[in-house]
Design a protein around this ligand. Structure first.
Ligand SMILES: [Zn+2]
Ligand SMILES: [Zn+2]
Length: 299
């Protein structure tokens, strides 16, 4: 089978008559309105469960190995509150990133009626996705895991078992930020714990035996370092791509810029919501993106 690169496909699909809507079979099970978005991908579900397990492991070690056995009550309460709040926000961001429709284009909408309803001017281009038979708005890409075209698709992330696109990028960025913060916080607490316990008697330092304590702390250190590096790099990359208004896919494909250039601050507001508020840091605040026409086609 010959593989045709997407940009070649774009060229041959420039005129409505090439769209061949009769070849598009409507999907047998279209998602009824109001149902939850969830990708049934075994690998993604496993990765999402591992993510939760790793956060809960960190939670267990921080609470039961370090904070609860500590005799410094104020230190334990303050650090316990901060760590639990950040871990809660990280898991809430994870859920919202996973369960929010990233901006899926309706499946099988490349019908004759729909194309006619667009009232295309001569020379105006529309793109049809051959895999999900949808008319693609500009900057949408097809994801083979989600089996859908996703508006402003950045990448498919198995850790959140979803695509990162126009509608859920905020939650994904918050997820990477809170995971980076709890990793850093856990590493600082492990550092203090080691320093403190070297000075004191190890048996008084933890309710577990000294070898078990050391193994649990070293594993937490390893996990914290790995995730601190991974998520802070991801956070930086995401913020950079939001500021420059260029998705991961567009950077990879070196796509030529067809959309208007806006200021960095405007681009941030387009993802996190208008106006700037505390809601930017909350996974529970749905951003008011003040979206432009979702069906923007290239002329
Ligand atoms: Zn598609
Ligand atoms: Zn996807």
């Amino acid at each position: 089978m010959m593989l045709i690169p997407t940009h070649h496909f774009r060229d041959i699909e420039r005129k409505p008559e090439y769209l061949q809507p009769e070849k598009c079979i409507p999907p047998p099970h279209s998602r009824p309105a109001g149902t939850m978005w969830f990708i049934r991908d075994g690998c993604g579900i496993a990765c999402a469960i591992v993510t939760w397990f790793l956060v809960l492991y960190a939670e267990f070690v921080v609470l039961f190995v370090m904070l609860i056995p500590s005799r410094d009550y104020v230190y334990s309460v303050i650090n316990g509150l901060v760590f639990n709040l950040l871990a809660f926000l990280a898991l809430a961001s994870h859920c919202r990133a996973m369960l929010t429709d990233p901006g899926a284009v309706p499946k099988g909408n490349a019908t004759k009626e729909f194309i006619e309803s667009l009232q295309l001017k001569p020379g105006q281009a529309v793109y049809k996705c051959p895999k999900c038979c949808s008319i693609k708005p500009d900057r949408a890409h097809h994801c083979s895991v989600c089996k859908r075209c996703i508006r402003k698709m950045d990448h498919h992330c198995p850790w959140v078992n979803n695509c990162v696109g126009e509608n859920n990028q905020k939650y994904f960025v918050l997820f990477t930020m809170y995971i980076a913060l709890i990793s850093l916080h856990a590493l600082i607490m492990v550092g203090f714990h080691f320093l403190h316990c070297f000075e004191e008697d190890w048996t008084k330092c933890s309710s577990f035996s000294p070898p078990t304590t050391v193994i649990l702390l070293i594993l937490l250190c390893f996990e914290g370092l790995l995730f601190l590096i991974f998520t802070s790099v991801m956070f930086g990359t995401q913020v950079h791509s939001i500021c420059t208004d260029e998705t991961g896919i567009e950077q990879l494909k070196k796509e030529e810029r067809r959309w208007a250039k806006k200021t960095k601050w405007m681009n941030m507001k387009a993802v996190f919501g208008h106006p700037f508020s505390l809601g930017w840091a909350s996974p529970f605040a749905t951003p008011d993106q003040g979206k432009a026409d979702p069906y923007q086609y290239v002329v």
